[in-house]
Design a protein around this ligand. Sequence first.
Ligand code: AGP
Length: 615
Amino acid sequence: MCGIIGYTGGRPAVPLIIEGLRRLEYRGYDSAGTAYVQDGELQVVRAEGKLIELDTKLAALDTSRARAGIGHTRWATHGVPVERNAHPHIDQDGTIALVHNGIIENYQELKDELTAAGHTFRTETDTEVIAHLIGAVLNSCIVEGVPEEDCMIQALSRALARAEGAYALAVINLAEPDVIYGARHSSPLVMGVSDEENFLASDIPAFLPYTRNVVYLNDGELVRLTKNSWTVYDCATAKKIERTPQRIEWDIQAAQKGGYKHFMLKEIFEQPMVVTNCLTGRLSPDHKHVTLPELEEMPVPERLHIIACGTSFHAGLWAMYLMENWAKIPTSVEIASEYRYRDTILGEGDQVLVISQSGETADTLACLRKVKEQGAKVIGLCNVVGSSIARESDTVIYTQAGPEISVASTKAMCSQLVVLTLMALFWGRRKNLLTEMAETECLDTLKRIPEHLETALPEMRETARALARQYSGARSFLFLGRGSCYPLALEGALKLKEISYIHAEGYAAGEMKHGPIALIDPDFPTFALALADDLFPKVQSNLQEVQARNGKIIALTQDGMDLTVDSVWKIPHAWGPLDVFFALPALQLFAYEVADYLGKDVDQPRNLAKSVTVE
Ligand code: AGP
């Protein structure tokens, strides 16, 4: 998830572009750049790191005569966050510059084709390939004699017909210095329009101080902006489309949160899209198999050691059940701060999987270095591209969840669970333990989850709100689960603790009678995960033990499960362990609604940091 912007109008473009990028920095902040035409030359300025680095470079330049330009703040997916890979990228002739948010899945195929046609590429990015493709098609349009005013739209239409994946693009062409072009497919793009100037951006905050008249672009649409006009086209046919602006009343803060009260809530509601992003580029063309090029060169681990902290540890613990069940890989899951000081033994053929959203967590990084010294191969599962853990792992798989702003991790865990599911399927098939039927059924279910979850989330939130009002007076909470729901119980307790400051304990339901049952009383409610799996009868009897001690119970369950408890919360049914993609958001929403109801600073809870880079 990157931030892109385009501007054309009567004012100096570059300062407006930088300011817009500053309001989009929550979308990505590992490098940035801008392109504009001035004195008949296409200027491209990029910088690694936060926006201030780009600002410093531009301060040394005179950009005052440019009246149109594009800009980008990056969240790397393809190519580490260095200046070379920062946007804008230019075409072979250096006359087209573009910025991109999204992932082009077939970029390698297009790159090979263009290379064979004599193109030379400077970066590993998918975006540079699109710039070259548009430039090449534009040249053929000119040669064909396409009318000059239609050339660029024709070129975009034909070139993008070849691109597979997600993209929001802003493009500037040296031949049309005051014109900005845009294109949208499965990645947000919106116009801010007015009489004297027009904006294009991946999100409204970029231009909100200047206009509240907004045109949301739909998938498959192109746009051409000049200082006092804008036209929308259908990308497939290059035909014009009538569109009407809407008026937006939000303030900047609200806009950055997309109208949500907190980043945490926004990130919970982003999970349907996150599942889609995680699957992007990881399924075979017929969608029957998982493709994980990052693991192709590595043997299937004899034994897997998963090491992580906090929410990432819970994701690893959940994955253990799949690795054992689907891939028959003996798996242990370790808390990094403990593992780093133990005399751990690694066998021949063992591999270590370190999981970290930020990729900078000190304890996890120390474990990575420790096991590498012991000669183990390390797989990194990270969200931040180019982070220390990503760089130091032997191979790294990125979760593509986009930047996670709220300290309490939500969508990052969802993305970790998707990739961990794909890894278990991948290894299960490599070991010929999984039938094609089973793999395809699992992938079909995974692909259907975004739509189902999108539909279910609003109602799930309403239920969470009602339960939060009923139970937020509790002084403590017990979260119970069995099997792959045990890690979820731990996660539910962690989420509630870290943002509402209510004491909460996650426990294996079967372990309860060995101690914690002593805590049960009417003021110490239990949140139980009682999903429709083989262990449901066991959970049912554990809940009877709680009821026998007058404990109040919220049971997260599904249709067809017979439960008589204080509060029954039914969530949709996916398929086996994939029910987690409904259970996890339910736990997140409950914690969120309790904390919000208690007036807590949900996005920046006390005593916590988004990335724990110290021991
Ligand atoms: C989770 O909500 C917390 N922010 C925290 O437990 C976090 O999961 C832990 O610090 C690990 O972070 P990482 O995934 O970035 O390594």
